[in-house]
Design a protein around this ligand. Structure first.
Ligand SMILES: C[S@@+](CC[C@H](N)C(=O)[O-])C[C@H]1O[C@@H](n2cnc3c(N)ncnc32)[C@H](O)[C@@H]1O
Length: 248
């Protein structure tokens, strides 16, 4: 290996580290972004995007975190979208009775097709509903998971009340979402993705950039949580995302 090859590899690695960790965090105000997942063009474009590698890597992270909780019984995925995550959960974790809930009936049609294609349709059911009024009796759910949906919820206080109500005693929730106070590097990446990479239908609604701009900061989530009596409430912030968990 030549000296210059090693030299440029080292310079490349140092530049990437400086870009990711060296740029300051953003402190913009939150604005609500509507994803329009009842629009068939947006749904198709979103489906395409879930096959991109970064999306798959994020879902892999969620599954490995979920495994640490060793869930069993009834697990509900709120804002399950086209069923990408819940299908992987069905493939990778046994002992679970799975239900995906989403506000968009259009996207649920894709989720239903996906579980049939992946041959996990016997393990997964879907319900059309919103997090502010979940279609389950009180004290009936063992585990709630949600990925990249919290930033869309119109009334998060009502949503967490609902989550608290439908969970059984000692039932657990795990929420994964972007954090708005991410480093500028990620804003750069998502701006590039939104302007250049994603299909037109998503560009028109400013996605995925709009998702990070409408997400919360860990401090805002902490404040939101102070109104509820969840046990072991925990926020684990990472570079551009966070895990939020707690127990009833
Ligand atoms: C970015 S997608 C994420 C989909 C999936 N969880 C994933 O990780 O691939 C956000 C999803 O949340 C759903 N959603 C938004 N607001 C909701 C609400 N109030 N109740 C239930 N689902 C909601 C949207 O319809 C959409 O399918």
């Amino acid at each position: 290996m030549s000296f210059w090859y090693v030299f440029f590899v080292i310079i490349g690695i140092i530049s990437i580290i400086i870009l990711i960790f060296g740029l300051p965090r953003k402190k913009g105000t939150r604005y609500h972004n509507i994803e329009s997942l009842d629009n068939p063009d947006v749904v198709k474009a979103f489906e395409k995007m879930t096959n991109f590698l970064p999306f798959k890597l994020l879902h892999r992270k969620v599954i490995s975190r979920l495994k640490k909780f060793n869930p069993s019984g009834k697990l509900v995925d709120i804002g399950c979208g086209s069923g990408n995550l819940i299908t992987q959960i069905a493939e990778k974790l046994s002992k679970l009775n799975l239900v995906g809930v989403d506000i968009s009936s259009e996207i649920l049609e894709h989720a239903k097709k996906r579980v049939v294609e992946k041959k996990v349709d016997k393990k997964v059911a879907f319900k059309n509903g919103t997090v502010e009024k979940l279609p389950f009796p009180n004290n009936s759910v063992d585990f709630i998971i949600s990925s990249l949906s919290l930033h869309h919820w119109v009334n998060p206080i009502k949503a967490f009340k609902e989550i608290h109500q439908i969970l059984k005693e000692n039932g657990t929730f795990l929420i994964f979402d972007f954090r708005r106070d991410s480093r500028k590097f990620f804003y750069g990446l998502l701006t590039f993705a939104t302007k250049v990479v994603v299909p037109k239908a998503l560009k028109n609604i400013n996605e995925p950039l709009g998702s990070i701009q409408s997400s919360y900061t860990p401090d805002e989530v902490l404040q939101l949580f102070s109104q509820f009596s969840f046990q072991n409430a925990e926020i684990k912030p990472f570079l551009a995302w966070m895990f939020i968990s707690g127990k009833k």
